[in-house]
Design a protein around this ligand. Structure first.
Ligand SMILES: NC(=O)c1ccc[n+]([C@@H]2O[C@H](COP(=O)([O-])OP(=O)(O)OC[C@H]3O[C@@H](n4cnc5c(N)ncnc54)[C@H](O)[C@@H]3O)[C@@H](O)[C@H]2O)c1
Length: 351
């Protein structure tokens, strides 16, 4: 009988999770993925259609619809599949929703769901668990400063999304130090790439531009993020799983700091649309000014560094959304309005 390494991936029907499952199955023929996903509005089984319709790869992919906050369900999954590894990506992920719709679902999944997974690891054991988190837990850097987030930067989350991710991270830390669980936490900067739910900046601006609709920029549009191609993040998660030291935290970034307005302009230029579509709207509460990542520790300890360059990968990503209009249409049909806060975005003049 073939012996597989069983990796339980939560949130595997989401943007990053689906890339991770595809990557792990293609690269590791001895891996079998158990994909646990609640299928919230952003979970989409179409993201793995190429895997489920591939007779070879689909044999090593099992999908289970489940909520990570459901203790008995999670325990029954651990009992049934006895995973070697756990990678947690399941989360409520949209900052705007955490502000305008409310924090409860974020607390349920990002904090309580993390707790349920940690309890399951404590009870059943795994060789290694990676909890995927975000640079947003560190709060905000100044626009003019040259400083970057390291793994030792103090946590200062400013919005409910990042506060709940920080809460989950701290539980991971405590479970490692109290019960010596083999846990690694990762913090990555802003991802872009195919299959990203279109409420997020790159697909959102691409779709708005294609429909000749205004591209809403919060505040002065000069907020900076370090943009990383999704496959670089996926490579980092793999490295953390295979080479990360238990109890350690690793940051991933790409040295690609860009303002929102620059990204909007690049997308408009790529699509041959006028810059007059740029529209400034009232700033988001708690809007962090700048994120930048120091990933030296990941390079030194995991042998990881980013490979992909921003411009060509952004062009590839925009092209993917142009070529996959049916993927978008199906989402629109399922969820109605892609971005429920659009009514809040009244154009305003900059001083
Ligand atoms: N997108 C980024 O730029 C970025 C950057 C750093 C870290 N992260 C982290 O990476 C992870 C994945 O993010 P993403 O961008 O792919 O998000 P996503 O919203 O595309 O995917 C999240 C997935 O989790 C599932 N899910 C949500 N609640 C669940 C629950 N209670 N039980 C089981 N499944 C549930 C959803 O159905 C969805 O498939 C998150 O933990 C996020 O915090 C994302």
């Amino acid at each position: 009988m073939e012996k597989y390494k069983t990796v339980l991936v939560t949130g595997g029907a989401g943007f990053i999770g689906s890339h991770l499952i595809r990557y792990l199955l293609e690269k590791h023929p001895d891996f079998k993925a158990i994909n646990i996903d609640k299928l919230t509005y952003s979970g989409n089984q179409d993201n793995l259609k190429d895997i489920t319709s591939n007779s070879k790869l689909s044999k090593r992919h099992i999908f289970v619809r489940a909520d990570i906050a459901n203790k008995s369900k999670i325990e029954s999954i651990f009992k049934k599949y006895n995973p070697d590894y756990l990678i947690n990506l399941a989360a409520e992920t949209h900052v705007d929703r955490s502000i305008h719709i409310g924090a409860k679902e974020f607390i349920d999944t990002n904090v309580y769901g993390t707790f349920v997974l940690l309890e399951a690891i404590k009870k059943f054991g795994v060789e290694r668990a990676v909890f995927v988190s975000t640079d947003e837990v560190y709060g905000s850097l100044g626009l003019g400063s040259k400083s970057k987030f390291t793994e030792l930067t103090q946590y200062q989350p400013n919005v409910p999304y990042s506060a709940t991710k920080a809460g989950g991270d701290l539980l991971c830390r405590a479970y490692h130090f109290t019960w010596h669980l083999p846990i690694v936490v990762t913090h990555c900067s802003n991802n872009y790439g195919p299959y990203q739910y279109p409420e997020k900046l790159v697909p959102f601006f691409t779709l708005r531009a294609l429909q000749d609709q205004p591209l809403p920029l919060y505040g002065d549009g000069k907020n900076i993020r370090d943009w990383i191609y999704v496959l670089d993040h996926v490579g980092g998660i793999e490295a953390a799983l295979l080479n990360g030291k238990p109890g350690q935290v690793y940051n991933f970034g790409a040295d690609e700091e860009h303002t929102n307005i620059d990204i909007a302009k690049i997308i408009l230029d790529m699509l041959g649309k006028p810059h007059s579509l740029l529209t400034f709207v009232k700033d988001r509460p708690g809007h962090d000014r700048r994120y930048a990542i120091d990933y030296k520790k990941a390079t030194k300890e995991l042998g990881w560094k980013p490979k992909y360059k921003f411009r060509p990968m952004l062009a590839k990503t925009v092209r993917w959304y142009l070529d996959n209009k049916n993927w978008i249409k199906k989402i629109q049909k399922k969820t109605g309005i892609i971005n429920p806060h659009i009514d809040l975005w009244k154009p305003h003049k900059l001083n």
